[in-house]
Design a protein around this ligand. Structure first.
Ligand code: PEP
Ligand code: MG
Length: 920
């Protein structure tokens, strides 16, 4: 069986440690096997989610075909001992006896056969990632007897060929293709669309052919001993825990690799015995939109995997009321009961056997971000859960997905008018995406992952083996499958836009081609899709971020605001960002990086003139040109924030960043010199050459071996006081102007990269002087503060001294992480850091999540010492970590005043801060 490397695990969903407890098997009298009536819903770690919920439904008296569960502990023991633990099989046999007694049938007894399924089921649901074998216990002898006994030969042979097919691929590891190809050939020959149209005779021939195939490929007969079938299937399901797709899925979902899967052995009930039988999967509410209605698919006369695999076009669950009205009503009532009991939306798998309804599985339904938010709020209103529970059920990623793009309405209209709307499929995972189409998951992974291209993965249907490609794609399109198809489930979970079941789409993966409503597209052609509406367009349709006004989202976030103690501010450089962030609920600006304004086209030459100035006078002239521009910038920010705190950081980067690179300048100088030689005297060229030469000299003079540790931050202001004086003047002139216009202002001036108390003393004196001067000139009272970033380890360690002069701290955890580790972020993240993560030398990227053991300890010390010296000290964070939920939880524990993050992370941070307050 293919395995893939077990990559680093961020954490399991319930912060299960990488090595979880109880993962070994040494004890002699371990209980490995549990009857359904012996377990409970809260035993998911031991019995898997599926197993535990079957036990719970048994306790509730619901119509569950009975069975037993081999525990996750047994799975781990199987890996450790490289085989089933010695005392496990006797327990299985005992449980089987009990099942026989209960069902009044005997396992694989031709006169009255009990048949069973063998299904995987881990603690956290991993839909379709592990294996299942149905119809175990069927042998040639039993098939014939079953055909006679039921008078339904078609059903008997269909069940046997399914067992042969599943067993061969899952247990014996044979290729699926020859089996599928044979069925396809038979369907074509019989001129029927799906397998339910094949006759008993055909299916018998197919089964015999499958038996021959097994003999040819394995050199042995298909096992006719039912207990060996059961045992081999159990081991294969255990092994499927470590299949490549399962490992990839766990890596992507942050599920620990040592949890193991349980195996559920359950009496088979059959959905393929005729027209009053069937099988289906439905969610108790719409898990794409959150609407309160059953949603799902079913098929009559079909078994197990037919619905989820997308190989037959399913019927929507609504239609069950037409086909089998009494059962539809019974199922609907059952859904309500399950929701009430489990206090969440359920994803229910059912089978109808000759008019009797059975539930085979229930689990909390995976849902889109919108559905997660809306359902959480609904459940509170229905008094099924509390507000706090609702806040904990929605994840920060759900909120993030809310801010995903949709088609820009006008662009969409234009695309429709152009005739580019190709088709509409099922809208199963919201968000709009545009990209080049690819037809196989490896190409999607290569282009989308490694090469960072926008690709759309197009498949007839997806399979668990496609997951790596789905994760790397921007969006997913399939021609088959329903709302509960594999593609839909995976897409929703990972927030990938997806449209499935597009009947107009024909996929020819072998030739990397697709036809959709008569138009043909080849690999690399661009399409756009909207997973919220189900629309698919030819070409690129521009997208916009959705309006942030879903009443459920606003309600949920208002509950979050009531609970959280951390403030949520934003990093914004421009008024439009500030306005957006305020709309998202930001309570202040925690960082305005003023240097970004210097990079604007019309300003850069002035900044360069300032840097090149030979005299103070020249420098003053350049700064006077910059002053009104900066004043206008700050005015815009103050107006946008309307009295909320606005933290403006003085210039930080080394000045050479404002100049062209040394190599470019050298090339330009040489080129200009050559041109001048050719043209002879030319005033314009000579002037350009002179400027380029001056820039080159300046760059050479400024050259530093390690600029990020060089003349930057507070050091710049000490070296060029006039520059920061200009900035402070601009801040206070803007503040006074805005205040005069009747708008409250609260500027906070922040000094970057401070390491020494004396640096702050020197700088603050100059800046305070300028501030007072402006306030005096303007005759306006303005409340303001001077503070510093804490981004150099020395500042953290001497925070008590720094706090004597700083009225607030803001952790610059980007630099603090770089300097604590001695790692350059830009170089590391594209180089050795990846190797560190792959080799497990670092458990996670410290630039994404605060390194609590190192950087975190410095922060803790700084908070403690800072507040000892100045009890009212406000302490925030404005590094990238300010928008990371895990780091936000840490900041909450440290007692910070606020986190500051990019505008799009503000809603995420509001929820994360509430969750931190609820769980710490
Ligand atoms: C930081 O270092 O965390 C910070 C916010 O500053 P910058 O990223 O601009 O260096
Ligand atoms: Mg910094």
């Amino acid at each position: 069986m293919a395995t893939s490397s077990v990559k680093r695990v961020k954490s399991s969903k319930s912060s299960t440690p990488k090595k979880s407890a109880g993962a070994t098997s040494k004890a002699r009298s371990t209980k490995w096997v549990y009857l359904f009536r012996e377990g409970r819903a809260d035993q998911k770690a031991l019995l898997g989610g599926k197993g535990a919920n079957l036990c719970e439904m048994t306790r509730l008296g619901l119509p569950v075909p009975q069975g037993f569960i081999i525990s996750t502990r047994a799975c781990n023991a199987y890996f450790e001992e490289k085989g089933l633990p010695r005392d496990l099989w006797p327990q299985v046999l005992k449980a089987l006896k009990s099942l026989e007694a209960e069902s009044g049938r005997t396992f694989a007894d031709p006169s009255n056969p009990l048949l069973v399924s063998c299904r995987s089921g881990a603690r956290f649901s991993m839909p379709g990632m592990m294996d299942t074998v149905l119809n175990l216990g069927l042998t040639r002898e039993v098939v014939q007897a079953l055909a006679q006994k039921t008078g339904n030969a078609r059903f008997a042979w269909d069940s046997y060929r399914r067992l042969l097919q599943m067993f061969s691929t899952v247990v014996l590891g044979l290729e699926a293709h020859p089996f599928e190809a044979e069925l396809a050939r038979r369907r074509a020959f019989a001129k029927v669309e799906n397998d339910s149209g094949l006759t008993a005779e055909t299916l018998r021939e197919v089964a015999e052919l499958f038996e021959q195939l097994v003999r040819k490929e394995t050199g042995a007969d298909f096992p006719q001993d039912p207990l060996s079938q059961l045992r081999l299937a159990t081991e294969a399901v255990f092994r499927s825990w470590n299949s490549k797709r399962a490992v990839d899925y766990r890596n992507a979902s942050g599920i620990a690799h040592d949890l193991g899967t349980a195996v559920t052995i359950q009496r088979m009930v059959f959905g393929n015995t005729g027209p009053t039988s069937g099988t289906g999967v439905a969610t108790t509410r719409n898990v794409t939109t959150g609407e309160q209605q059953l949603e799902g698919d079913y098929l009559l006369n079909a078994q197990g995997e037919d619905v989820v695999s997308g190989t037959r076009t399913t019927r929507p669950i609504r239609a069950l009321a037409d086909d089998l009205p009494a059962l539809a009503a019974q199922f609907s009532k059952l859904g309500v009961k399950l929701e009430k009991h489990f206090r969440d939306v359920q994803d229910v798998e059912f089978t109808i056997e000759d008019g009797t309804l059975y539930v085979l599985q229930t689990r909390d339904a995976k849902r889109s971000a919108q559905a997660a938010v809306r359902i959480a709020v609904q459940l509170v209103k229905e008094r099924l859960i509390t507000r706090d529970e609702a806040l904990l059920r929605v994840t920060p990623d759900h909120i993030d997905a809310y801010l995903h793009p949709q088609f820009e309405p006008k662009a969409r209209k234009a695309a429709v008018a152009r005739g580019d709307l190709l088709a509409k499929g099922l809208n199963v995972s919201p968000g709009a995406a545009t990209g080049a189409i690819v037809f196989d998951p490896d190409t999607a992974e290569h282009r989308g992952g490694k090469d960072k291209q926008a690709v759309i993965l197009v498949r007839a249907e997806t399979k668990p083996d496609d997951v790596h490609g789905m994760l790397a794609a921007r969006g997913i399109l399939t021609s088959r499958g329903g709302r509960t198809s594999h593609a839909a489930l995976v897409a929703r979970q990972f927030g990938k836009p997806a449209v499935v079941g597009i009947s107009a789409l024909e996929v020819d993966a072998a030739h990397k081609r697709m036809t959709i409503n008569g138009r043909t597209f080849v690999e690399g052609d661009v399409v756009s899709l909207d997973g919220a509406t189900g629309e698919v367009f030819a070409g690129e349709v521009p997208t916009v971020v959705p309006a942030f006004d879903d009443p459920a989202l606003l309600t949920l976030l208002s509950w979050a605001d009531e609970v959280r103690t951390l403030g949520v501010w934003t990093n914004a450089d421009y008024p439009r960002d500030a306005e957006r962030a305020r709309g998202y609920g930001a309570e202040g600006i925690g960082l305005c990086r003023t240097e970004h304004m210097f990079f604007e086209v019309e300003r850069l030459p002035i900044v360069q003139d300032m840097i090149l100035s030979a005299t103070e006078e020249e420098r003053y002239r350049a700064l006077s040109k910059l002053l009104p521009m900066q004043r206008a910038d700050f005015k815009g920010l103050f107006e946008a924030m309307h009295g909320l705190p606005v933290t403006i950081r003085l210039i930080d980067p080394p000045l050479h960043e404002f100049l062209p690179s040394h190599d470019k300048l050298l090339r330009d100088v040489v080129n200009l010199e050559t041109q001048l030689k050719v043209t002879g005297p030319n005033v314009a060229l000579a002037e350009r050459l002179a400027r380029e030469q001056r820039l080159l000299t300046a760059v050479e003079n400024m050259k530093e071996a390690n600029p990020m540790l060089g003349l930057r931050g507070v050091r710049l202001g000490i070296h060029f006081p006039a520059l920061v004086r200009m900035q402070v003047r601009a801040i206070f002139e803007a503040a006074c102007e805005v205040k005069k216009a009747g708008i409250a202002v609260y500027p906070k001036v922040m000094i970057p990269l401070t390491a020494l108390e004396s640096e702050l003393k020197f700088t603050r004196a100059i800046l305070e002087d300028e501030a007072r001067q402006v306030i005096h000139e303007q005759g306006v009272k303005v409340r303001y503060q001077f503070g510093t970033m804490i981004e150099v380890p020395r500042a953290a360690v001497t925070a008590d001294q720094i706090a004597q002069l700083a009225e607030f701290f803001s952790f610059g955890t980007n630099d603090l992480t770089q300097m604590t580790f001695g790692i350059s972020r830009d170089d590391a993240e594209t180089g050795f850091l990846l190797e560190y993560l792959d080799k497990g030398i670092l458990p996670e990227n410290p630039f994404a999540h605060i390194d609590e053991a190192g950087v975190g300890r410095l922060m803790e010390l700084a908070v403690k010492k800072g507040r000892q010296a100045r009890p009212t000290l406000e302490v925030g964070i404005c590094g990238e970590h300010g928008g990371d939920p895990k780091s936000i939880a840490f900041c909450h524990r440290l007692g910070l005043s606020y986190v500051s993050c990019s505008p799009f992370r503000v809603p995420v941070a509001r929820l994360a801060a509430a969750q931190a307050a609820l769980t710490s």
